[in-house]
Design a protein around this ligand. Sequence first.
Ligand code: AMP
Length: 582
Amino acid sequence: MSETIIGIDLGTTNSAVAVVKDGVPIVIPVDGQPTMPSCVGLDDHGALAVGQPALNQLVAAPESTVISVKRQMGTDTILKVGNKSFSPEEVSAFILGRLKQAAEDYLGQPVTKAVITVPAYFDEGQRKATADAAKLANLEAVRIINEPTAAALAYDAQSSQNQTILVYDLGGGTFDVSLVVVEDGVVEVKASHGDTQLGGDDFDDVLVAHVSDLFSEEHGLSLEDDLRAQRRLKVALEHAKCRLSEVPFVKVQEDFLKGEKHLTTEISREAYEEMIETYLQKTFTCTHQAMEDAKVVPEQLDKILLVGGSSRTPAVSELIENLLGITPSFEVNPDLIVAMGAAVQAATLAGVKSQSILIDITPHTFSTSTMETSMGFPNEICVPLIKRNTPLPCRKAEVFYTMADNQNQVHVTAFQGEASTPEDNSLVGDFMVQGLSPVPAGNPLVLDFGLDLNGMLAVTATEKSTGLTKQVVMDTNSNIRTFDLEKARDNIAELTEESSVGGDNLVPIQTPTKDINQAAITEAKQLRKRAEALVAGGVEEDDKIEILELVNQTTSAVKAGDGSTITRLNQSLSDVLFYLED
Ligand code: AMP
Protein backbone atom coordinates (compact mmCIF):
# COMPACT_ATOMS: atom_id res chain seq x y z
CA MET A 1 0.00 0.00 0.00
CA SER A 2 1.37 3.44 -0.87
CA GLU A 3 2.00 5.97 1.88
CA THR A 4 -0.87 8.36 2.54
CA ILE A 5 -0.06 11.96 1.65
CA ILE A 6 -2.32 14.53 3.24
CA GLY A 7 -3.51 17.82 1.73
CA ILE A 8 -3.22 20.95 3.87
CA ASP A 9 -4.73 24.39 3.40
CA LEU A 10 -2.52 26.56 5.62
CA GLY A 11 -4.77 29.60 5.82
CA THR A 12 -4.38 33.04 7.36
CA THR A 13 -7.44 32.71 9.55
CA ASN A 14 -8.31 29.03 9.37
CA SER A 15 -6.50 25.91 8.22
CA ALA A 16 -7.81 22.54 7.14
CA VAL A 17 -6.46 19.07 6.40
CA ALA A 18 -7.94 16.54 3.99
CA VAL A 19 -7.22 13.16 2.50
CA VAL A 20 -8.62 11.16 -0.41
CA LYS A 21 -10.48 8.09 0.80
CA ASP A 22 -12.06 5.66 -1.66
CA GLY A 23 -11.47 8.22 -4.41
CA VAL A 24 -13.25 11.06 -2.59
CA PRO A 25 -11.59 14.00 -0.79
CA ILE A 26 -12.56 13.95 2.90
CA VAL A 27 -11.89 16.81 5.31
CA ILE A 28 -10.44 15.58 8.61
CA PRO A 29 -11.98 17.25 11.67
CA VAL A 30 -9.72 19.00 14.17
CA ASP A 31 -11.18 19.42 17.67
CA GLY A 32 -14.47 18.30 16.15
CA GLN A 33 -14.52 21.07 13.53
CA PRO A 34 -13.77 20.91 9.78
CA THR A 35 -11.46 23.93 9.97
CA MET A 36 -8.99 24.91 12.68
CA PRO A 37 -8.26 28.54 13.61
CA SER A 38 -4.69 29.41 12.52
CA CYS A 39 -4.00 30.63 16.01
CA VAL A 40 -1.13 29.77 18.37
CA GLY A 41 -0.63 30.71 22.00
CA LEU A 42 1.00 29.86 25.26
CA ASP A 43 -1.34 29.23 28.16
CA ASP A 44 -0.90 30.36 31.78
CA HIS A 45 1.53 27.49 32.39
CA GLY A 46 3.59 28.25 29.28
CA ALA A 47 2.14 25.25 27.47
CA LEU A 48 1.51 25.39 23.76
CA ALA A 49 -2.07 25.90 22.60
CA VAL A 50 -2.91 25.57 18.92
CA GLY A 51 -6.17 26.15 17.05
CA GLN A 52 -9.41 26.61 18.97
CA PRO A 53 -7.79 26.47 22.45
CA ALA A 54 -5.46 29.28 21.38
CA LEU A 55 -8.31 31.29 19.89
CA ASN A 56 -10.21 30.94 23.16
CA GLN A 57 -7.49 32.93 24.92
CA LEU A 58 -7.04 35.54 22.19
CA VAL A 59 -8.85 38.29 24.08
CA ALA A 60 -7.86 37.34 27.61
CA ALA A 61 -4.19 36.82 26.81
CA PRO A 62 -3.42 38.99 23.74
CA GLU A 63 0.33 39.07 24.50
CA SER A 64 0.49 35.27 24.54
CA THR A 65 -1.53 34.61 21.40
CA VAL A 66 -0.77 35.16 17.71
CA ILE A 67 -3.02 35.14 14.65
CA SER A 68 -2.65 35.86 10.93
CA VAL A 69 0.99 34.75 10.84
CA LYS A 70 0.71 33.78 7.18
CA ARG A 71 1.14 37.42 6.26
CA GLN A 72 4.61 37.42 7.83
CA MET A 73 5.83 34.27 6.06
CA GLY A 74 9.14 34.82 4.30
CA THR A 75 10.02 37.84 6.47
CA ASP A 76 12.37 38.17 9.45
CA THR A 77 9.55 39.21 11.76
CA ILE A 78 9.94 38.06 15.36
CA LEU A 79 6.64 37.15 16.94
CA LYS A 80 6.43 37.60 20.70
CA VAL A 81 4.25 34.96 22.31
CA GLY A 82 4.26 35.37 26.07
CA ASN A 83 7.88 35.20 27.16
CA LYS A 84 8.95 33.37 23.99
CA SER A 85 9.92 34.58 20.54
CA PHE A 86 9.11 32.71 17.38
CA SER A 87 9.65 33.13 13.68
CA PRO A 88 6.61 32.93 11.36
CA GLU A 89 7.93 29.52 10.22
CA GLU A 90 7.95 28.23 13.80
CA VAL A 91 4.40 29.42 14.47
CA SER A 92 3.23 27.88 11.19
CA ALA A 93 5.02 24.67 12.20
CA PHE A 94 2.85 24.50 15.33
CA ILE A 95 -0.25 24.80 13.15
CA LEU A 96 0.99 22.18 10.70
CA GLY A 97 1.97 19.91 13.61
CA ARG A 98 -1.56 20.05 15.00
CA LEU A 99 -3.06 19.24 11.57
CA LYS A 100 -0.60 16.37 11.13
CA GLN A 101 -1.59 15.01 14.52
CA ALA A 102 -5.30 15.23 13.66
CA ALA A 103 -4.63 13.35 10.41
CA GLU A 104 -2.62 10.68 12.24
CA ASP A 105 -5.40 10.22 14.80
CA TYR A 106 -7.96 9.95 12.02
CA LEU A 107 -5.94 7.61 9.80
CA GLY A 108 -4.44 5.58 12.65
CA GLN A 109 -0.99 5.73 11.06
CA PRO A 110 1.98 8.10 11.00
CA VAL A 111 1.91 10.82 8.36
CA THR A 112 5.18 12.26 7.03
CA LYS A 113 4.22 13.86 3.72
CA ALA A 114 1.85 16.61 2.69
CA VAL A 115 0.79 18.74 -0.24
CA ILE A 116 0.47 22.26 1.15
CA THR A 117 -1.31 25.13 -0.56
CA VAL A 118 -0.15 28.73 -0.78
CA PRO A 119 -1.62 31.80 -2.50
CA ALA A 120 -0.76 31.73 -6.21
CA TYR A 121 0.83 35.11 -5.75
CA PHE A 122 3.20 34.00 -2.96
CA ASP A 123 6.77 34.62 -4.08
CA GLU A 124 9.52 32.04 -3.81
CA GLY A 125 10.62 33.29 -0.38
CA GLN A 126 7.12 32.83 1.01
CA ARG A 127 6.90 29.35 -0.56
CA LYS A 128 10.25 28.35 0.91
CA ALA A 129 9.17 29.61 4.33
CA THR A 130 6.10 27.35 4.04
CA ALA A 131 8.27 24.35 3.13
CA ASP A 132 10.60 25.15 6.07
CA ALA A 133 7.62 25.30 8.45
CA ALA A 134 6.62 21.84 7.20
CA LYS A 135 10.14 20.51 7.89
CA LEU A 136 9.94 21.87 11.44
CA ALA A 137 6.68 19.98 11.87
CA ASN A 138 8.37 16.79 10.62
CA LEU A 139 6.40 16.90 7.41
CA GLU A 140 7.87 16.76 3.95
CA ALA A 141 6.05 19.22 1.69
CA VAL A 142 6.14 16.97 -1.37
CA ARG A 143 4.50 19.69 -3.41
CA ILE A 144 3.47 23.25 -2.73
CA ILE A 145 0.50 24.10 -4.94
CA ASN A 146 -1.44 27.28 -5.51
CA GLU A 147 -4.71 27.72 -3.62
CA PRO A 148 -6.89 28.57 -6.63
CA THR A 149 -5.38 25.63 -8.48
CA ALA A 150 -6.30 23.37 -5.59
CA ALA A 151 -9.82 24.79 -5.61
CA ALA A 152 -10.15 23.98 -9.30
CA LEU A 153 -8.81 20.46 -8.69
CA ALA A 154 -11.41 19.85 -5.99
CA TYR A 155 -14.09 21.28 -8.22
CA ASP A 156 -13.02 19.04 -11.07
CA ALA A 157 -13.04 16.04 -8.77
CA GLN A 158 -16.74 16.75 -8.26
CA SER A 159 -17.66 17.70 -11.81
CA SER A 160 -17.26 16.01 -15.16
CA GLN A 161 -17.84 18.96 -17.48
CA ASN A 162 -15.15 20.74 -19.49
CA GLN A 163 -15.11 24.37 -18.45
CA THR A 164 -13.24 27.66 -18.28
CA ILE A 165 -13.38 28.79 -14.66
CA LEU A 166 -12.41 31.97 -12.89
CA VAL A 167 -11.37 31.18 -9.32
CA TYR A 168 -11.77 34.26 -7.10
CA ASP A 169 -10.15 33.49 -3.74
CA LEU A 170 -10.55 36.15 -1.05
CA GLY A 171 -9.43 34.76 2.31
CA GLY A 172 -8.39 36.23 5.63
CA GLY A 173 -5.02 37.59 4.56
CA THR A 174 -4.55 37.16 0.85
CA PHE A 175 -6.32 37.54 -2.47
CA ASP A 176 -5.75 35.39 -5.53
CA VAL A 177 -7.50 35.10 -8.84
CA SER A 178 -6.84 32.41 -11.43
CA LEU A 179 -8.13 31.48 -14.84
CA VAL A 180 -8.38 27.73 -15.05
CA VAL A 181 -9.39 25.48 -17.93
CA VAL A 182 -10.69 22.04 -16.99
CA GLU A 183 -10.70 19.66 -19.95
CA ASP A 184 -11.02 15.88 -19.83
CA GLY A 185 -9.72 15.71 -16.29
CA VAL A 186 -6.78 18.00 -16.97
CA VAL A 187 -6.81 21.18 -14.90
CA GLU A 188 -4.74 23.82 -16.65
CA VAL A 189 -4.07 27.15 -14.98
CA LYS A 190 -3.87 29.83 -17.67
CA ALA A 191 -3.07 32.86 -15.50
CA SER A 192 -2.92 33.95 -11.89
CA HIS A 193 -2.80 37.32 -10.23
CA GLY A 194 -3.29 38.58 -6.71
CA ASP A 195 -2.19 40.48 -3.67
CA THR A 196 -0.59 38.71 -0.70
CA GLN A 197 -1.53 41.57 1.64
CA LEU A 198 -5.26 41.89 0.99
CA GLY A 199 -8.01 40.00 2.78
CA GLY A 200 -10.55 39.82 5.57
CA ASP A 201 -7.95 41.01 8.12
CA ASP A 202 -7.88 44.36 6.33
CA PHE A 203 -11.65 44.57 6.47
CA ASP A 204 -11.50 43.88 10.21
CA ASP A 205 -8.85 46.60 10.61
CA VAL A 206 -11.03 49.11 8.79
CA LEU A 207 -13.95 48.26 11.08
CA VAL A 208 -11.78 48.39 14.22
CA ALA A 209 -10.43 51.82 13.21
CA HIS A 210 -13.94 53.08 12.47
CA VAL A 211 -15.43 51.85 15.74
CA SER A 212 -12.39 52.97 17.79
CA ASP A 213 -12.90 56.48 16.39
CA LEU A 214 -16.58 56.40 17.33
CA PHE A 215 -15.68 55.26 20.83
CA SER A 216 -12.99 57.95 21.22
CA GLU A 217 -15.36 60.65 20.00
CA GLU A 218 -18.07 59.55 22.38
CA HIS A 219 -15.96 59.00 25.47
CA GLY A 220 -12.82 61.04 24.82
CA LEU A 221 -10.73 57.90 25.40
CA SER A 222 -8.24 56.49 22.92
CA LEU A 223 -8.00 52.72 22.43
CA GLU A 224 -4.81 52.98 20.40
CA ASP A 225 -2.38 51.51 22.93
CA ASP A 226 -4.85 49.17 24.57
CA LEU A 227 -4.02 45.78 23.07
CA ARG A 228 -6.69 44.01 25.04
CA ALA A 229 -9.45 46.39 23.91
CA GLN A 230 -8.18 46.18 20.34
CA ARG A 231 -8.35 42.37 20.43
CA ARG A 232 -11.83 42.50 21.95
CA LEU A 233 -12.91 44.82 19.17
CA LYS A 234 -11.26 42.67 16.51
CA VAL A 235 -13.11 39.55 17.70
CA ALA A 236 -16.45 41.35 18.09
CA LEU A 237 -16.19 43.16 14.77
CA GLU A 238 -15.05 40.12 12.82
CA HIS A 239 -18.14 38.41 14.12
CA ALA A 240 -20.26 41.44 13.18
CA LYS A 241 -18.68 41.49 9.71
CA CYS A 242 -19.62 37.85 9.10
CA ARG A 243 -23.17 38.53 10.34
CA LEU A 244 -23.43 41.40 7.86
CA SER A 245 -23.17 38.84 5.07
CA GLU A 246 -26.58 37.64 6.20
CA VAL A 247 -28.35 40.61 7.78
CA PRO A 248 -28.43 44.31 6.78
CA PHE A 249 -27.65 45.69 10.26
CA VAL A 250 -25.73 44.44 13.28
CA LYS A 251 -25.54 45.83 16.76
CA VAL A 252 -22.17 45.72 18.48
CA GLN A 253 -22.09 45.88 22.23
CA GLU A 254 -18.93 45.52 24.31
CA ASP A 255 -19.44 46.31 27.97
CA PHE A 256 -16.56 47.91 29.86
CA LEU A 257 -14.42 48.13 26.76
CA LYS A 258 -12.22 50.63 28.54
CA GLY A 259 -12.63 51.18 32.26
CA GLU A 260 -16.24 52.03 32.97
CA LYS A 261 -17.05 52.85 29.36
CA HIS A 262 -19.20 50.63 27.18
CA LEU A 263 -19.35 50.43 23.43
CA THR A 264 -22.75 50.29 21.79
CA THR A 265 -23.10 50.90 18.10
CA GLU A 266 -24.85 49.67 15.00
CA ILE A 267 -23.21 48.99 11.65
CA SER A 268 -25.11 48.67 8.40
CA ARG A 269 -24.03 46.42 5.58
CA GLU A 270 -24.17 49.39 3.25
CA ALA A 271 -21.79 51.45 5.39
CA TYR A 272 -19.44 48.49 5.85
CA GLU A 273 -19.32 47.71 2.15
CA GLU A 274 -18.49 51.33 1.44
CA MET A 275 -15.58 51.11 3.89
CA ILE A 276 -14.05 48.17 2.02
CA GLU A 277 -14.81 49.35 -1.49
CA THR A 278 -11.24 50.31 -2.38
CA TYR A 279 -10.07 46.83 -1.38
CA LEU A 280 -12.74 45.20 -3.51
CA GLN A 281 -11.80 47.45 -6.44
CA LYS A 282 -8.21 46.21 -6.10
CA THR A 283 -9.41 42.63 -6.43
CA PHE A 284 -11.21 43.54 -9.64
CA THR A 285 -8.10 45.17 -11.07
CA CYS A 286 -6.26 41.88 -10.43
CA THR A 287 -9.16 39.96 -11.97
CA HIS A 288 -8.95 42.05 -15.15
CA GLN A 289 -5.19 41.51 -15.31
CA ALA A 290 -5.54 37.74 -14.95
CA MET A 291 -8.22 37.64 -17.67
CA GLU A 292 -6.08 39.75 -19.96
CA ASP A 293 -3.06 37.52 -19.33
CA ALA A 294 -5.13 34.41 -20.04
CA LYS A 295 -6.69 36.10 -23.11
CA VAL A 296 -10.11 35.19 -21.83
CA VAL A 297 -13.13 37.49 -22.25
CA PRO A 298 -16.14 37.32 -19.91
CA GLU A 299 -18.26 35.57 -22.57
CA GLN A 300 -15.82 32.64 -22.54
CA LEU A 301 -16.24 32.01 -18.82
CA ASP A 302 -18.40 29.04 -17.86
CA LYS A 303 -18.18 29.54 -14.14
CA ILE A 304 -16.90 31.81 -11.41
CA LEU A 305 -15.87 29.85 -8.34
CA LEU A 306 -15.78 31.79 -5.08
CA VAL A 307 -13.21 30.58 -2.58
CA GLY A 308 -12.19 31.86 0.88
CA GLY A 309 -14.35 33.11 3.74
CA SER A 310 -14.32 36.76 2.69
CA SER A 311 -15.86 35.94 -0.68
CA ARG A 312 -19.10 35.43 1.26
CA THR A 313 -19.38 39.23 1.51
CA PRO A 314 -22.48 40.01 -0.60
CA ALA A 315 -20.77 42.95 -2.33
CA VAL A 316 -18.24 40.52 -3.82
CA SER A 317 -20.84 38.47 -5.70
CA GLU A 318 -22.77 41.59 -6.68
CA LEU A 319 -19.74 43.40 -8.07
CA ILE A 320 -18.49 40.31 -9.91
CA GLU A 321 -21.89 39.78 -11.44
CA ASN A 322 -22.08 43.41 -12.56
CA LEU A 323 -18.56 43.27 -13.93
CA LEU A 324 -18.60 39.93 -15.72
CA GLY A 325 -22.30 39.19 -16.20
CA ILE A 326 -22.12 35.78 -14.51
CA THR A 327 -23.55 34.79 -11.14
CA PRO A 328 -20.66 33.37 -9.09
CA SER A 329 -21.16 30.02 -7.44
CA PHE A 330 -20.34 28.43 -4.10
CA GLU A 331 -20.80 24.86 -5.34
CA VAL A 332 -18.15 23.48 -3.06
CA ASN A 333 -17.78 24.87 0.48
CA PRO A 334 -15.42 27.87 0.05
CA ASP A 335 -13.73 27.14 3.40
CA LEU A 336 -12.88 23.54 2.53
CA ILE A 337 -12.42 23.42 -1.22
CA VAL A 338 -8.70 24.28 -1.08
CA ALA A 339 -7.82 21.53 1.41
CA MET A 340 -9.86 19.07 -0.65
CA GLY A 341 -7.97 20.04 -3.80
CA ALA A 342 -4.66 19.62 -1.99
CA ALA A 343 -5.80 16.13 -1.00
CA VAL A 344 -6.68 15.32 -4.63
CA GLN A 345 -3.18 16.36 -5.71
CA ALA A 346 -1.66 14.47 -2.76
CA ALA A 347 -3.47 11.30 -3.82
CA THR A 348 -2.18 11.66 -7.38
CA LEU A 349 1.39 12.05 -6.08
CA ALA A 350 0.93 9.02 -3.83
CA GLY A 351 -0.01 7.00 -6.91
CA VAL A 352 -3.68 6.70 -6.00
CA LYS A 353 -5.96 6.82 -9.02
CA SER A 354 -7.64 10.19 -9.21
CA GLN A 355 -9.78 12.01 -11.72
CA SER A 356 -7.65 15.10 -12.13
CA ILE A 357 -4.24 15.89 -13.57
CA LEU A 358 -2.82 19.26 -12.73
CA ILE A 359 -1.03 21.64 -15.03
CA ASP A 360 0.23 24.56 -13.00
CA ILE A 361 1.91 27.78 -14.01
CA THR A 362 4.64 30.03 -12.74
CA PRO A 363 3.04 33.20 -11.39
CA HIS A 364 6.31 35.13 -11.75
CA THR A 365 8.60 36.02 -14.67
CA PHE A 366 12.21 34.74 -14.93
CA SER A 367 14.69 36.92 -16.79
CA THR A 368 18.38 37.53 -17.37
CA SER A 369 20.16 40.86 -17.27
CA THR A 370 21.86 42.40 -20.26
CA MET A 371 23.20 45.82 -21.30
CA GLU A 372 21.36 48.17 -23.59
CA THR A 373 22.47 51.61 -24.67
CA SER A 374 20.07 54.45 -24.30
CA MET A 375 21.09 57.96 -25.49
CA GLY A 376 24.70 56.84 -25.29
CA PHE A 377 24.45 55.55 -21.72
CA PRO A 378 24.74 51.84 -20.99
CA ASN A 379 21.87 50.53 -18.88
CA GLU A 380 21.42 47.14 -17.32
CA ILE A 381 17.98 45.76 -18.06
CA CYS A 382 16.12 42.47 -17.52
CA VAL A 383 15.07 40.44 -20.55
CA PRO A 384 12.33 37.91 -19.73
CA LEU A 385 12.87 34.32 -20.87
CA ILE A 386 10.06 32.59 -18.97
CA LYS A 387 7.09 34.90 -18.67
CA ARG A 388 4.62 34.74 -15.82
CA ASN A 389 1.69 32.39 -16.32
CA THR A 390 3.73 29.94 -18.42
CA PRO A 391 2.62 26.33 -17.74
CA LEU A 392 5.14 24.19 -15.82
CA PRO A 393 7.47 22.53 -16.54
CA CYS A 394 8.76 24.87 -19.23
CA ARG A 395 11.87 25.74 -21.25
CA LYS A 396 12.78 28.82 -23.21
CA ALA A 397 16.00 29.83 -25.03
CA GLU A 398 17.17 33.18 -26.42
CA VAL A 399 20.33 34.36 -28.12
CA PHE A 400 22.54 37.10 -26.66
CA TYR A 401 25.78 38.61 -27.99
CA THR A 402 29.14 39.60 -26.47
CA MET A 403 29.69 43.36 -26.25
CA ALA A 404 33.47 43.63 -26.59
CA ASP A 405 36.08 42.36 -29.05
CA ASN A 406 37.94 39.29 -27.74
CA GLN A 407 35.56 39.05 -24.79
CA ASN A 408 36.53 35.74 -23.20
CA GLN A 409 33.94 35.52 -20.45
CA VAL A 410 30.35 36.47 -19.65
CA HIS A 411 28.45 36.88 -16.41
CA VAL A 412 25.13 35.00 -16.64
CA THR A 413 22.34 36.04 -14.26
CA ALA A 414 18.82 34.82 -13.52
CA PHE A 415 16.22 37.09 -11.90
CA GLN A 416 12.67 36.58 -10.73
CA GLY A 417 10.10 39.35 -10.89
CA GLU A 418 8.13 41.56 -13.20
CA ALA A 419 10.37 44.65 -13.18
CA SER A 420 12.46 45.74 -16.18
CA THR A 421 15.56 46.49 -14.09
CA PRO A 422 17.66 43.99 -12.10
CA GLU A 423 17.63 46.02 -8.87
CA ASP A 424 13.84 45.77 -8.70
CA ASN A 425 13.78 41.98 -9.18
CA SER A 426 15.15 39.17 -6.99
CA LEU A 427 18.40 37.50 -8.01
CA VAL A 428 17.89 33.75 -8.23
CA GLY A 429 21.51 32.96 -9.14
CA ASP A 430 24.48 33.81 -11.36
CA PHE A 431 27.64 32.25 -12.78
CA MET A 432 30.56 32.98 -15.12
CA VAL A 433 31.17 31.31 -18.48
CA GLN A 434 34.89 31.45 -19.23
CA GLY A 435 37.04 30.48 -22.22
CA LEU A 436 35.00 32.07 -25.00
CA SER A 437 36.62 32.31 -28.43
CA PRO A 438 38.76 35.43 -29.12
CA VAL A 439 36.46 36.92 -31.75
CA PRO A 440 35.02 40.39 -32.44
CA ALA A 441 32.02 41.66 -30.41
CA GLY A 442 28.74 40.01 -31.35
CA ASN A 443 29.76 36.42 -30.52
CA PRO A 444 26.36 34.65 -30.13
CA LEU A 445 25.56 32.83 -26.87
CA VAL A 446 22.40 30.82 -26.42
CA LEU A 447 20.84 31.10 -22.98
CA ASP A 448 18.34 28.39 -22.04
CA PHE A 449 16.05 28.56 -18.97
CA GLY A 450 14.23 25.41 -17.82
CA LEU A 451 11.85 25.60 -14.85
CA ASP A 452 10.47 22.42 -13.27
CA LEU A 453 7.42 21.81 -11.10
CA ASN A 454 9.44 22.16 -7.91
CA GLY A 455 10.81 25.57 -8.79
CA MET A 456 14.27 24.40 -9.89
CA LEU A 457 15.62 26.65 -12.63
CA ALA A 458 18.25 25.06 -14.91
CA VAL A 459 20.20 27.79 -16.70
CA THR A 460 22.40 26.72 -19.62
CA ALA A 461 24.71 29.05 -21.55
CA THR A 462 26.19 27.76 -24.84
CA GLU A 463 28.69 29.50 -27.14
CA LYS A 464 27.02 28.89 -30.50
CA SER A 465 30.20 28.67 -32.59
CA THR A 466 32.03 26.13 -30.39
CA GLY A 467 29.33 24.40 -28.33
CA LEU A 468 31.15 25.42 -25.12
CA THR A 469 28.47 24.93 -22.46
CA LYS A 470 27.96 25.66 -18.80
CA GLN A 471 24.84 24.68 -16.90
CA VAL A 472 23.89 25.65 -13.34
CA VAL A 473 20.75 24.44 -11.60
CA MET A 474 19.40 27.10 -9.29
CA ASP A 475 16.91 26.53 -6.57
CA THR A 476 14.49 29.40 -7.01
CA ASN A 477 13.47 28.76 -3.42
CA SER A 478 16.92 29.05 -1.91
CA ASN A 479 18.40 32.46 -2.60
CA ILE A 480 15.65 34.57 -1.22
CA ARG A 481 16.38 34.45 2.49
CA THR A 482 18.22 32.02 4.66
CA PHE A 483 16.34 30.48 7.50
CA ASP A 484 18.16 28.64 10.27
CA LEU A 485 16.19 25.40 10.54
CA GLU A 486 18.40 23.95 13.27
CA LYS A 487 18.03 27.02 15.48
CA ALA A 488 14.26 26.90 14.96
CA ARG A 489 14.22 23.21 15.89
CA ASP A 490 16.08 24.03 19.12
CA ASN A 491 13.66 26.86 19.91
CA ILE A 492 10.69 24.58 19.41
CA ALA A 493 12.29 21.70 21.31
CA GLU A 494 12.88 24.04 24.25
CA LEU A 495 9.19 24.91 24.34
CA THR A 496 7.97 21.36 23.91
CA GLU A 497 10.33 20.21 26.68
CA GLU A 498 9.07 22.94 29.00
CA SER A 499 5.54 21.95 28.06
CA SER A 500 6.53 18.34 28.80
CA VAL A 501 5.52 17.24 25.31
CA GLY A 502 7.49 14.17 24.37
CA GLY A 503 8.55 12.78 21.00
CA ASP A 504 9.62 14.66 17.95
CA ASN A 505 6.16 15.65 16.78
CA LEU A 506 4.92 19.12 17.52
CA VAL A 507 1.99 17.87 19.50
CA PRO A 508 0.14 20.63 21.29
CA ILE A 509 -0.86 20.16 24.89
CA GLN A 510 -4.36 18.74 25.15
CA THR A 511 -6.34 16.75 27.65
CA PRO A 512 -8.27 14.73 25.21
CA THR A 513 -10.25 12.20 27.18
CA LYS A 514 -13.97 12.46 27.21
CA ASP A 515 -14.21 11.80 30.96
CA ILE A 516 -11.98 14.74 31.81
CA ASN A 517 -14.04 16.93 29.48
CA GLN A 518 -17.23 15.86 31.15
CA ALA A 519 -15.94 16.45 34.66
CA ALA A 520 -14.57 19.83 33.64
CA ILE A 521 -17.85 20.82 31.98
CA THR A 522 -19.82 19.88 35.11
CA GLU A 523 -17.47 21.94 37.25
CA ALA A 524 -17.77 24.86 34.79
CA LYS A 525 -21.57 24.80 35.14
CA GLN A 526 -21.33 24.88 38.93
CA LEU A 527 -18.83 27.74 38.83
CA ARG A 528 -21.03 29.67 36.44
CA LYS A 529 -23.97 29.44 38.83
CA ARG A 530 -21.78 30.74 41.67
CA ALA A 531 -20.50 33.54 39.41
CA GLU A 532 -24.04 34.58 38.41
CA ALA A 533 -25.12 34.69 42.03
CA LEU A 534 -22.08 36.74 42.98
CA VAL A 535 -22.55 39.28 40.17
CA ALA A 536 -26.28 39.56 40.93
CA GLY A 537 -25.40 40.35 44.54
CA GLY A 538 -23.16 43.21 43.40
CA VAL A 539 -19.38 43.29 42.90
CA GLU A 540 -16.81 45.90 41.80
CA GLU A 541 -16.95 46.63 38.05
CA ASP A 542 -13.39 45.34 37.46
CA ASP A 543 -14.25 42.07 39.15
CA LYS A 544 -17.46 41.82 37.14
CA ILE A 545 -15.51 42.25 33.88
CA GLU A 546 -13.03 39.59 34.88
CA ILE A 547 -15.78 37.14 35.87
CA LEU A 548 -17.83 37.73 32.70
CA GLU A 549 -14.79 37.27 30.52
CA LEU A 550 -13.85 34.00 32.21
CA VAL A 551 -17.44 32.74 31.90
CA ASN A 552 -17.54 33.71 28.20
CA GLN A 553 -14.25 32.01 27.49
CA THR A 554 -15.39 28.91 29.32
CA THR A 555 -18.55 28.82 27.20
CA SER A 556 -16.43 28.90 24.00
CA ALA A 557 -14.12 26.20 25.37
CA VAL A 558 -17.13 24.02 26.23
CA LYS A 559 -18.48 24.52 22.72
CA ALA A 560 -15.10 23.44 21.33
CA GLY A 561 -14.95 20.46 23.72
CA ASP A 562 -11.50 21.65 24.77
CA GLY A 563 -10.92 19.96 28.11
CA SER A 564 -7.56 21.51 28.99
CA THR A 565 -8.79 25.06 28.45
CA ILE A 566 -12.00 24.41 30.43
CA THR A 567 -9.91 23.03 33.30
CA ARG A 568 -7.59 26.03 33.22
CA LEU A 569 -10.45 28.52 33.09
CA ASN A 570 -12.29 26.68 35.88
CA GLN A 571 -9.21 27.10 38.03
CA SER A 572 -8.98 30.83 37.29
CA LEU A 573 -12.70 31.39 37.91
CA SER A 574 -12.60 29.33 41.07
CA ASP A 575 -9.71 31.48 42.36
CA VAL A 576 -11.58 34.71 41.61
CA LEU A 577 -14.76 33.44 43.26
CA PHE A 578 -12.83 32.22 46.28
CA TYR A 579 -11.51 35.73 46.96
CA LEU A 580 -14.79 37.51 46.30
CA GLU A 581 -17.23 35.23 48.08
CA ASP A 582 -17.50 35.78 51.80
P1 AMP B 1 -10.18 31.90 5.00
O1 AMP B 1 -8.77 32.45 4.98
O2 AMP B 1 -10.67 31.40 3.71
O3 AMP B 1 -10.44 30.97 6.16
O4 AMP B 1 -11.12 33.17 5.27
C1 AMP B 1 -11.17 33.76 6.51
C2 AMP B 1 -11.71 35.17 6.36
O5 AMP B 1 -13.04 35.10 5.90
C3 AMP B 1 -11.73 35.89 7.69
O6 AMP B 1 -11.31 37.23 7.50
C4 AMP B 1 -13.19 35.82 8.07
O7 AMP B 1 -13.56 36.89 8.90
C5 AMP B 1 -13.86 35.92 6.72
N1 AMP B 1 -15.21 35.37 6.70
C6 AMP B 1 -15.61 34.15 7.14
N2 AMP B 1 -16.94 34.01 6.99
C7 AMP B 1 -17.40 35.18 6.47
C8 AMP B 1 -18.69 35.67 6.10
N3 AMP B 1 -19.79 34.93 6.27
N4 AMP B 1 -18.76 36.92 5.59
C9 AMP B 1 -17.67 37.70 5.43
N5 AMP B 1 -16.43 37.30 5.76
C10 AMP B 1 -16.30 36.06 6.28
